[in-house]
Design a protein around this ligand. Sequence first.
Ligand code: BGC
Length: 557
Amino acid sequence: MSVPVDHETVISATDALWWRQAVVYQIYPRSFADSNADGIGDFAGIVSRAPYLAALGIDAVWLNPFYPSDLADGGYDVIDHRDVDARIGTLADFDALVEVLHAHGIRLLIDIVPNHTSDHHRWFREALDAPPGSSARARYLFRDGTGTDGAQPPTDWRSLFGGSTWQQVPDGQWYLHTFAVEQPDLNWANDEVRDDFLTTLRFWADRGVDGFRVDAAHMLAKDLSDPLPSQDELDLMPRDGNHPLLDRDELQQIYAEWRAVFNAYDPPRTAVAEAAVHASRVPRYASPQTLGQSFFFDLQLADYDPASFHRIIDECLRVAVTSGSSVTWVLNNHDTIRHTSRYGTPFPGYGPDGEPVRKHGGDWLMAGGDPVLLDAARGSRRARAATMLLLALPGSAYLYQGEELGLHEVAELPDAVRQDPSFLRNRAVEVGRDGCRVPLPWTRTGPSFGFGAGGAHLPQPLWFGHYAVEAQQDDPSSTLALYRRALSLRRTLQGAESLQWLPTGRDDVLSFSRPGGWRVVSNFGARPCPLPDGEVLLTSNPLSDHLPGETTVWLRQ
Ligand code: BGC
């Protein structure tokens, strides 16, 4: 397919460091754009929206899993790592998508899911058909049970989606699944597993993929030697590289092998780890010898609070330097409640693990947003200010589809339509992540608000029409206009990766400068503050002669 290049930024084939300050836009393929009216987004839908992506001003797209899947976990239950789900397209459609994005100056990252497969993956079917102790079982983590006749699971460990982490198979053995029962964990001590993933990485890199987002990157390596600890013991174990399940030191060896594959390409393929690890251990994933980058979720976990932002920004920049990497800033993704809704809902406080405290009826990051407590206008205002702050930081910024429209979490999804296993396995505890995965509104009205010509696999609320692309694209005060303007300015302002904090005389106001005269002031408080001298380039909310509360401004000085 030949596509006219209509974007000023043409990809430089030799720019090996493009990722360091890139803006990456996350697409959840089933919910972005549907070309064939089956209610599920697809590659042809994304291709049809490539001009929209180019006009937004992003550098790259990250696609959530699009592989054949039973959708037990939104596509993270992969049946074949080297194919495309028929509902999303074909390999030829994938190739066309790569070509179209590249022609628009947009790179492509894809999600690699190495910790587990689907229970319908060929390997797992073979494992079920093979006897205990067989090489087919050795690709996964099978064990005998405990108690009389092995009828009890090997341990009392809990799966992250609720219930036991062990599932029994007909011959009595049990397999480990960190996530849903349909997601058996792979055995990364097995050479066949390691080699097969290298083949998968080459398969996609050969097709033109520019980089990879590595799912649950801190979980692959496990030590299941006896005696196995109890869940309580596990919870108390330090995460020092020797924890039986998390962040084990041997992961570095795995990722060094991956790095050798990435570096065989020109430019080298990039990778970003989804690794929930202590800051001191981030360099193990983010170093140039391993994956090169690791997500920093700290801002996403934080309250809209200047002291927290200041501390986190300093800490992340410091760790990134230690890693020889850049920070990946994130406020939204497919796993968390949208920041417009988070910032409009009272913050529950931090727990001993540094994460927001869980609330009854859900978790601050995962629940659907409490409609009684939600102050939507305030949430939107703060979200715009926080985004402008984030986009001014040195490093790369990850945006999640729909945040450029200012979408709120869809809290009102009926239980009957919810798809997320974290809800289905935990009904009384969590609402799950479907509320941020509802298909995007492109038009004010019409079937599925322009998502496609048919329905949408998760129902869209009536208010989605107000947030549609069509409703915002010609409105200079819209959130879409703000994102476009911010991304376009960022391209021209972005220079060396450094930041200098500036005094503001107020605890609730943060200010910093970037090289080249770019100054940022963010007023987290309710009271206006004086506006420094300089040319106003962009503001998250209208200015008076002062900087209003909950507003960020970019100035040139
Ligand atoms: C992904 C989730 C997914 C889980 C299991 C996470 O890190 O972001 O969406 O449910 O991995 O694959």
